[in-house]
Design a protein around this ligand. Structure first.
Ligand code: AMP
Length: 401
């Protein structure tokens, strides 16, 4: 994959697509700037080469129209403070005014274009919109891993119009960590998969089973697997239409001699509520009308033992409804087990990274992915459309690149 390092960017107009989709509180204060800090190496590299820096990003889901609360202005301010450099904010991302403003920029000037998703064309992968963006630059850099699983104009169509295109340091780092862990891992390689549904992660489970030595399942998705083994799950969330699929995965794991771990006890509640009555029971003793909302302490111990000899761990999805304190212990224990392991640990998926942050253990993970959907797409064994587009552009532009 072509990297920003392979290009001559000295003094050039460099357009970087990043993911500055940071969380705001109701006063538009940024509550977590991890995504801004994640692309600083690329931004710094461009500045070190005396280039003109044009940054573009989306913010949340404005649905193709201008929503003032979803302006990127707070991000421009925060970025400016972090890098101690003036960052101008553009009132739009395309149009004749923006073209004029960008043409008047000098080396080391930085401008942040307004939310790309204020234009419906962004999510439609629209060629004319992509061309307008591309016309702003001499060099296009994709450093937005978290949106690279989407065919959006600013990561996909744009590669056909930009004079040259390459990947930024964050995109390369994300892809390298993941592909090394999958293609040439230190074994045992363990995948921990949790979260709400089997359906959302079915392809990931089916792909991971071809690579891992152990598969640990938690969260509501474990319910469907347990039900498929004949366990009465009471009122728990179960995907009845996927019972056969779960059985097939268990069968395949057996054939491939993969060690598959399922919860042996659970935290059950009489309703889906933080203040519900709760108790810890063996899996076989879930009362009718109660629901399983977290893994129990015996399961946490079992999973921690299973992780003890792991050399590589890939984790996606919480072990329970960790947003509610009463059901967060299983996920918290898993954070500790992964952090305490001697393995290379890769954590991905929006919720998992929140759980690790919440436990204050981010620094003890080898790598926390900035992408949810994109990370899952990699777990499914698929190429990211934006990465394919970048590679195509590099091939087609050949000598020009
Ligand atoms: P996902 O986006 O698939 O990783 O799912 C994350 C969501 O799964 C979180 O919001 C959790 O609250 C939810 N979840 C995890 N375990 C359970 C469970 N046992 N029952 C209901 N929801 C769960």
């Amino acid at each position: 994959m072509k990297s920003i390092r392979d290009l001559d960017i000295d003094g050039k107009r460099v357009l970087i697509r990043v993911d500055f989709n940071v969380p705001y509180d109701d006063q538009q204060n940024i509550t977590d700037d991890t995504r801004i800090r994640a692309v600083l190496p690329t931004i710094q590299y461009v500045l070190d080469h005396n280039a003109i820096l044009i940054i573009c990003s989306h913010m949340a889901r404005p649905g193709g129209k201008v929503v003032p609360e979803l302006s990127l202005l707070p991000v421009a301010r925060r970025l400016g403070r972090i890098i101690k450099h003036n960052v101008s904010m553009a009132h739009d991302c395309v149009g004749p005014d923006i073209k004029k403003i960008v043409s008047a920029m000098n080396p080391c000037d930085i401008i942040l274009l307004e939310n790309l998703r204020f234009h419906p064309e962004e999510e439609q992968d629209d060629d004319a919109f992509a061309k307008e963006l591309a016309d702003l630059c001499d060099v296009y850099i994709n450093d937005a891993f978290a949106v690279s699983h989407r065919a959006n104009a600013s990561v996909s169509a744009i590669t056909r119009y930009a004079p040259v295109a390459a990947a930024g340091f964050l995109l390369i780092k994300e892809l390298t960590y993941f592909s090394k862990a999958m293609s040439d891992p230190h074994r045992p390689l363990v995948a921990i998969v949790g979260g709400a549904k089997v359906s959302g992660k079915l392809e990931a489970l089916e792909n991971m089973i071809n690579h891992v030595d152990k598969l640990i399942i938690g969260g509501a998705m474990a319910n469907t697997f347990l039900k498929s083994l004949g366990i009465d799950m009471g009122n728990s969330k179960v995907e009845l239409s996927l019972i056969d699929t779960a059985q097939n995965i268990i069968k395949k794991a057996k054939e491939k001699k993969i060690k598959l771990y399922l919860p042996v006890d659970t935290v059950v509640a009489d309703r889906f509520d933080e203040r519900a009555e709760i108790k810890v029971v063996p899996m076989q003793e879930i009362p009718a009308d109660w629901m399983s909302l977290d893994i129990g302490p015996a399961t946490s111990l079992l999973y921690s033992e299973a992780l003890y000899n792991a050399k590589t761990i890939i984790w996606n999805g919480p072990m329970g409804v960790f947003e509610m304190d009463a059901f967060s212990r299983g996920t918290g224990a898993m954070v500790q087990s992964v952090a305490n392991s001697y393995a290379l640990t890769i954590v991905g998926g929006g919720d998992t990274d929140v759980a690790v942050h919440k436990a204050g253990e981010s620094h003890r993970m080898t790598y926390i992915s900035t992408g949810g959907g994109a990370f899952l797409t990699l777990m499914e064994g698929k190429m990211l459309p934006a990465v394919t587009a970048l590679n195509e552009a590099a091939k087609n532009l050949g000598g020009r690149n």
